[in-house]
Ligand binder design. Structure first.
Ligand SMILES: O=C(O)CCC(=O)C(=O)O
Length: 247
């Protein structure tokens, strides 16, 4: 099966070696520069730490494509072409994210559907996740519920997880357990999932191994955003995170 057919059938597809060693080296260098030079001047709601008084606990950066030449250029290139192929329509790049789960501190990602956060009609969008480290069951690989993108949106509720504020409230149904697939990945391997595909990840249980990844979000051109609702939710969330002292 080709990537599009697998994506349509399963709601996700793994693309091993999406980036080669040279591409990864360039991305790693751009990322290191970004973390050293830009992170401290970002809006507080675009950068999350497990402990905001400890820079080594950096856990997420949002909207990196808006700030950095090489990362932004990459975002508009190869992954965007794949997003177009998988969705079967022109796409708009929305977010380039960095995910890090430091050893022992990195928390679990609650089960969720990205479309719940995106607020699109129709829900035509996808997320790509590319490993920068070896990621497996020990340090919390991504897990998808195969075929869940065909069964609509599940109820979500507020979580306490910084960066993943909404989780599925009735997760754990028979099909969730039966159809869940763990997706270990090596640096440069890419996973792409539909915005309705249920996914989650365990915490980083390793004492020494980092668990870093880049995330790329693209919306299909046919998807209409409920911008007012989205902005209102983001504003409320930012206030809540500030009040809780998390950002
Ligand atoms: O890195 C993770 O644990 C989850 C990433 C994720 O949920 C996503 O990219 O949609």
């Amino acid at each position: 099966m080709n990537h599009k057919a697998t994506f349509e059938q399963d709601g996700f597809v793994a693309v091993p070696r999406f980036c080669d060693a040279a591409e990864l080296q360039a991305l790693e260098a751009a990322l290191a520069r970004f973390i050293a030079e830009r992170v401290q001047v970002l809006p507080v709601e675009h950068v999350f730490y497990e402990d905001k008084s400890d820079a080594s606990t950096l856990k997420q950066i949002q909207r990196m494509h808006e700030h950095n030449g090489l990362l932004g250029k990459f975002f508009e290139g190869k992954p965007k072409r794949l997003a177009q192929e998988l969705l079967g329509e022109a796409v708009i790049g929305k977010n380039l994210q960095y995910f890090s789960k430091p050893p022992t501190l990195g928390q679990a990602t609650p089960p969720h559907q990205d479309g719940f956060y995106f607020m699109l009609e129709p829900c035509r969008a996808l997320t790509m996740w590319m490993a920068l480290d070896d990621v497996d069951e020990e340090n919390g690989c991504v897990r998808y519920v195969r075929g869940s993108h065909t069964r609509g949106m599940r109820p979500h509720g507020r979580t306490e997880t910084l960066g993943f504020s909404q989780g599925i409230t009735d997760f754990g149904q028979a099909l969730d357990a039966r159809d869940e697939v763990a997706c270990p990945a090596r640096p440069g391997d890419l996973l792409a999932h539909h915005a309705l595909t249920i996914h989650r990840a365990d915490a980083n249980a390793s004492a020494t191994r980092t668990r870093r990844a880049l995330g790329f979000i693209y919306y299909g051109e046919s998807a209409l955003e409920d911008l007012a609702a989205h902005e209102a939710y983001q504003a409320k969330l930012t206030t809540e995170m500030e009040v809780a002292g998390k950002i």
